[in-house]
Design a protein around this ligand. Sequence first.
Ligand code: PA5
Length: 451
Amino acid sequence: MQKVFFDYSGILDEVSAEEVNACLKKAVSARDKLINKTGEGNEFTGWVDLPVNFDKEEFERIKKAALRIRQDSDVLIVIGIGGSYLGARAAIEFLGNSFYNEKDGLKVYFAGNSLSQKYLSDLISLVKDKDISVNVISKSGTTTEPAIAFRVFKDLLEEKYGPEGAAKRIYATTDKEKGALKELADKQGYETFVVPDDIGGRYSVLTAVGLLPIAAAGFNIDRLMEGAAEMRDISLSRSMDIPALNYAAARNALYAAGKKIEITADYEPSFHYMNEWWKQLFGESEGKGHKGIFPASVDLTTDLHSMGQYIQDGERLIMETVVEILDQPGDIVIHREEDDTDKLNYLAGRDMEYVNSRALEGTMLAHIEGGVPCMRVTIRDQKEYTLGQLIYFYEFACGVSGYMLGVNPFDQPGVESYKRNMFALLGKPGYEALLKEITEKAAARSKEAAK
Ligand code: PA5
């Protein structure tokens, strides 16, 4: 059953239905390009068929490894960055209890997603006396942040369990045959899982990259894949009402009308990392050739008390995508109080889900009135099947939207620039000329600023 829906009626003050329909026609052509593999970057579109065409043998190994981790460990450290980090974290936070690491059972912590010495030291002191497993995830196997974190945890595990014992607790998710991590894993005898060649980092959450941590955290990855498969069927169908195509069409119509920033607004704290994942997916896919919608996010109602003013009343560059989640768990009903000092008695008998939903509707109306066109993604619940649909919906919309914009949605040439400079400044062999060049440029700028 369909669990994820999309509605663009809240943008029609800004763009006409005819304009959206014209974009919808472009979205259909872009979809044909995507599924027929005739567009740029088509060698990285393996994710399109992934929910029905994945390695079943590996899938079973993932479930077995997850079970082993849950049986022999107190803690799983998931090491990775960008596309090798955000999907797993987003899924675990979306599906899990808001305080999942405070509850009994396996704790899941993430590392290698920054270069913070403080974070890594704090994490080590937290877990060093527990039983630990590590899932190191890197497609290239050479990314600096996870490589450093892995070196640190590998040492810790080898000290605790000896090299052989450590090897049984380290799971490497990487390229199927090349790269430093693959080489090390083969040498040390780690169990390995594959990041398929035809799937880029930000589209990889439904591969072992996301599936092993999600399964280890106790979630049903069969249901996740089934949900994704259903949204794939919907997205590839000839229906005139396909959520991903409507979304791609609506945001491109708004971009053409001058809305350069898309803010995703959730009303559920456990959606925060889904927004982080969504920002990477769309930002890295579309921000190219000096084009692209800038993806931003807010957690509401929290950020209404910080960013609300700007959204309502600042520069009119913004479109908003409101994420509405139905069927909230819990049952907190506001009770009547005799003296009503806090003036909440008008809500007596209502639950918090009702209050939150009224906040969403009221805010959305205010934003539309204020010149911020609002789209709406409605999600039935926070279960695995629904999440599978949601992931596929966003990925498909992103591929289509990128083609509509005229960019290759599957490469990321821009992320290399900072790495080259960082390597030069760290003194990595081979970067001597670049070090000289950037040092001279920085000195010239300082001199100019001092004038
Ligand atoms: O989407 C991407 O390709 C990036 O965000 C990568 O996932 C990120 O840079 C990590 O790369 P790797 O998995 O090679 O360590």
